[in-house]
Design a protein. Structure first.
Length: 253
């Protein structure tokens, strides 16, 4: 009897241990399954930032383009400008001809300033101190050009006005190639000569035509200017209209 009870007790203990072992195995399987699934969830989660990064890149590009547009809007076309310049000129008078020879012009200088307004078509107004020196001759004296030639040095205050067109220009009009025509009034300030001409014989005022080819390179400008006198500059001397060619270098602001 005792032996039988012992056997039943042993069977009960074996059954209890078997159930406990199965529960532990089930728990381990569930834990392993959770561990195995975790990388999948982690992978899925990590893919989300990639999408966010792509969106962020797109947004950054859009923001940069927006900033560029605002910069262009903040820097409009520069329609008005002014500047100063200095330059050199060569002046002579029409009709300076002796036996087919023409005395050459002498070197002078000019200093000026201007204001300019407009777009591709523009207007320009300036003021200029113009010092010229030219060879001239006294008719009827001497037998060679050296014998009859002399110098006339004159200082003028000139008011040039132009209407021009920009043949090519940058987006804001700061750099350009310009062509302009115009006119100027020249008022004589002083003069001296070696041709035995009275200072009062040199006319105090005259109108001249202008042709200008200009180059703007940012704040720097270069201009070529031709001055064409319409009337005699010296009383009693026919064909004494002024002819001058000048080159200017200056700055715009």
């Amino acid at each position: 009897m005792m032996k039988r009870n012992s056997i039943l007790l042993a069977v009960c203990l074996l059954g209890t241990w078997s159930a406990y072992a199965q529960n532990n195995i089930s728990s381990d399987t569930t834990s392993n399954s959770a561990t195995t699934v975790a990388p999948t969830n982690s992978s899925t989660y990590s893919s989300t930032p990639a999408t966010t990064s792509s969106y962020s890149s797109t947004t950054t590009t859009a923001d940069y383009g927006s900033r560029q547009s605002r910069v262009k809007a903040d820097r409009p076309y520069k329609a008005f400008t002014g500047g100063i310049y200095v330059g050199a000129n060569s002046t002579r008078y029409r009709g300076e001809d002796v036996d087919g020879d023409n005395p050459s012009g002498r070197l002078g200088y000019q200093i000026g300033g201007f204001v300019r307004g407009g777009g591709r078509i523009y207007g320009q107004l300036g003021v200029e101190y113009f010092a010229s020196s030219s060879n001239y001759f006294t008719p009827g004296d001497g037998s060679t050009i050296q014998d009859i030639s002399g110098r006339i040095n004159t200082k003028w205050l000139q008011i040039p006005a132009y209407v021009g067109v920009k043949l090519a220009q940058s987006d804001r009009g700061i750099s350009a190639v310009r062509l302009a025509v115009g006119a100027e009034y020249a008022n004589r300030l002083s003069s001296n000569n070696t041709v035995n001409i009275d200072e009062n014989e040199i006319k105090s005022g005259a109108f001249q035509g202008l042709v200008n080819l200009g180059f703007d390179m940012g704040p720097v400008l270069i201009d070529l200017v031709y001055h064409h006198g319409f009337s005699d500059a010296i009383s009693g001397f026919n064909n004494s209209q002024r002819r001058a060619l000048g080159v200017n270098v200056g700055f715009k602001f």
